[in-house]
Design a protein around this ligand. Structure first.
Ligand code: SF4
Ligand SMILES: [Zn+2]
Length: 119
C-alpha cells in the first residue's frame, strides 16, 4: 500500500509546482522569492524551476512531503481521503491557492498547461 516514488508522485509534484508558481508570482509579487531546493526526504525530487516567497515555500515543501509520504497507492483525492494527513491551516491555504491558480490559468487561456498536467 506504500506509495512508490514513481511517476505518479512526480507528476503531482509538477502540478504543485505549476500552481504554486502562478499563485506566488501573482499574489506575492512584492515579496522576496527564492529558489526551492529539496533536502532530506525530498532530495531525489526535481523541485527546480520555481522561486517562492517564504510562506509559499513552507507550504510547498509541506505539500510535497505529504505527497511523497502518502501511504495510499493508488492515492485517492486528498478531499476524499479517510486519513487526512495534513493540518486544517494547510488545507485552507491549498484551497485558496489552487482556486486562484486554476482560475488564473483558465482566464489566461492556459488550457494547454492544465491539460498537460491533468490528463
Ligand atoms: S490526505 Fe490522504 S491521500 Fe492526501 S496525501 Fe494525505 S494520506 Fe495521502
Ligand atoms: Zn508566495
Amino acid at each position: 500500500m506504500k506509495n512508490p516514488d514513481g511517476n505518479k508522485s512526480r507528476r503531482e509534484i509538477e502540478i504543485l509546482k505549476l500552481f504554486f508558481r502562478v499563485y506566488c508570482s501573482n499574489i506575492h509579487s512584492d515579496r522576496k522569492r527564492d529558489k526551492v531546493t529539496g533536502l532530506g526526504l525530498l532530495k531525489g525530487y526535481d523541485l527546480s524551476g520555481i522561486f517562492l516567497c517564504a510562506e509559499c515555500k513552507k507550504e510547498f515543501i509541506y505539500s510535497v512531503t505529504k505527497l511523497v509520504l502518502c501511504p495510499y497507492d493508488p492515492k485517492p483525492s486528498c478531499k476524499k481521503c479517510p486519513l487526512i494527513c495534513y493540518s486544517d491551516e494547510h488545507r485552507i491555504f491549498m484551497k485558496k491557492m489552487m482556486r486562484f491558480s486554476g482560475k488564473h490559468l483558465i482566464m489566461h487561456g492556459r488550457f494547454d498547461l492544465l491539460f498537460r498536467y491533468f490528463f
